[in-house]
Design a protein around this ligand. Structure first.
Ligand code: ZN
Length: 123
């Protein structure tokens, strides 16, 4: 994210879902890049808010906003691979994978002779 004025903002490193581990002020883009890098390394999100100075103390003006640049670091859930295994090409009795239907029949004949009749009825 590009910010016009880093000095007017407070940045926070946030451990998902919402635990602020560290809030800090930045002076420039280089410090921001370092922060983003730190977030990536530690799997943290970067939030930012307007800095508010009141009675000589600094506050972060709510609400905190999420820096979308830090988003890819977290919640990257790997999609489960789709099952492309062809249906029916495995032994219905023990689940052993076969390359052909005739292979299954041969397998059933030798490994599950008592199930052969049942198998031939199914197929
Ligand atoms: Zn089998």
């Amino acid at each position: 994210m590009e910010f016009a004025d880093y000095k007017s903002l407070v940045f926070a490193l946030v451990k998902p879902p919402a635990k602020i581990t560290q809030a800090r002020r930045l002076k420039n883009k280089a410090e921001y890049a370092a922060l983003l890098n730190e977030a990536t390394t530690k799997n943290l999100l970067v939030y930012y808010a307007e800095a508010l100075v009141k009675d000589g103390r600094e506050y972060a003006k709510q609400p905190w906003r999420l820096d979308s640049d830090s988003m890819p670091n977290v919640n990257v859930v790997e999609q489960p691979q789709e099952q492309t295994e062809p249906v029916g090409l495995k032994c219905p009795f023990c689940g052993k994978k076969m390359s052909s239907t005739s292979g299954i029949t041969l397998h059933v004949k030798s490994k599950h002779p008592d199930k052969l009749d049942e198998h031939l009825q199914i197929s």
